[in-house]
Design a protein around this ligand. Structure first.
Ligand code: NPG
Length: 366
């Protein structure tokens, strides 16, 4: 496939409410979109990097810079999605930037071939069950109201963000109010250390599906030690940046579940590799989210339909985050989202909305 050029587009997407995690509060998404243009089709990739390097070392200005300065010049004249990964290998790290570019190339390639992401990746179902991630709140009553709203909307699983000082009490309150049948899990975004093991073990009383990323990103050995002190299964997110990390974490006993975020690990091809490896090892996976617009969400929903995704993901409806999405909104039906079936991502940005939210564009001929 010959690429004519690439557009880097920045859009500003206000969130419907502030989203607080242990590492910061997001009130708007500053999103970098990559549009790859070929003679036959165009493709979109959404970069999941945040404005600041607080979740991981990547951030959106850095991702744009690395794409324009190092990734695009490394692309061969003729390339498909598999070739993108190979061509970008000499550039270390920057997986969020690489994922956005590879996804845009894959989308263009699939649109030209008339094949959907779901079909290409190996989706085994036409809709996926959806969970929702609930931020840290100022008070427990406020949290209970928020969770009640999501349960009402039909979400089949609730994930509570936790941090030291906001863990046992909110979890207890949600469990007491919504009962034992609610699928419930927590996410610490690396906010604890191994010395907190006894506090974290108090969460065992609440029959959680999992505790996500309790310790620092590079603490695989410490996670393995913690796993032996908890009954609640450990799930890793930030720690897993590649299939190699996933294999190491499984071998060490650092986790028994993995959150696969394609943006974090370099794209959907690597996501499928991790899925295949976990499935072969009996490790459950689920699809995480990074507050994506409909473009990123479409690809995540397709991935979440693979057979090894046995736990509900953070694949929420558009309105969980945005009053107006850039695509037709994803809407929950009976707690599920439908896997798009059209060519490529199966969704398009709506031109008038895209124009309205755009803050900058840059055309880079190849
Ligand atoms: O539903 O898209 C979503 C967000 C789910 O909680 C969510 N994402 O740590 O998993 C996470 C978290 C996150 C959000 C991480 C923003 C980084 C930035």
């Amino acid at each position: 496939m010959k690429i004519t050029g690439v557009e880097l587009r920045r859009i500003a997407m206000p969130l419907v409410s502030p989203f607080r995690t242990s590492f910061g509060t997001e009130t708007a998404r500053d999103v970098l979109l990559v549009r790859v243009v070929t003679p036959d089709a165009e493709g979109w990739g959404e970069c999941v990097a945040m404005s600041e390097p607080l979740y991981s070392s990547e951030y959106v200005d850095g991702a744009a810079e690395v794409i324009r300065r190092f990734l695009l010049p490394a692309l061969p004249k003729n390339v498909d999605a598999y070739g993108v990964g190979r061509a970008l290998e000499p550039v270390k790290g920057h997986r969020m930037a690489k994922a956005a570019l590879e996804t845009a190339v894959l989308d263009a390639q699939l649109r030209a071939a008339g094949e959907s992401f779901g079909h290409f990746l190996g989706a085994a179902r036409d809709r996926v069950p959806c969970g929702v991630s609930v931020g840290i709140m100022d008070s427990v009553p406020q949290l209970l109201d928020a969770v009640a709203g999501y349960v009402e909307e039909g979400y089949v699983r609730i994930k509570l963000k936790i941090e030291p000082g906001w863990d046992v009490e909110p979890v207890r309150a949600v469990r007491e109010r919504f009962g034992d049948d609610l699928l419930l899990q927590v996410d610490a975004n690396a906010a604890y250390s191994l010395t907190d093991a006894r506090r974290l073990a108090r969460l065992d009383a609440f029959d959680l599906l999992l505790i996500e990323q309790p310790l620092a990103n590079d603490d695989l050995v410490q996670h393995a030690k913690l796993a032996r002190q908890l009954q609640t299964p450990i799930c890793l997110d930030e720690s897993i940046e590649s299939a190699e990390h996933a294999a190491a974490a499984i071998a060490l006993g650092s986790c028994s579940i993995i959150n696969i975020k394609p943006g974090r690990i370099g794209g959907y091809l690597e996501a499928r590799r991790i899925h295949d490896m976990c499935r072969a090892n009996g490790v459950a996976v689920w699809c995480g989210g990074m507050l994506e617009t409909g473009l990123g969400r479409a690809a995540n929903v397709a991935l979440a339909a693979l057979p090894g995704f046995t736990l509900p993901g953070d694949t929420s409806g558009s309105r969980r985050y945005f009053a107006t999405d850039v695509t037709e909104p994803f809407e929950l039906v009976d707690g599920h989202l439908e896997v798009p079936t059209g060519p490529g991502l199966g969704v398009e940005p709506i031109p008038s909305i895209l124009e309205e939210v755009t803050t900058a564009t840059e055309w880079i001929p190849l």
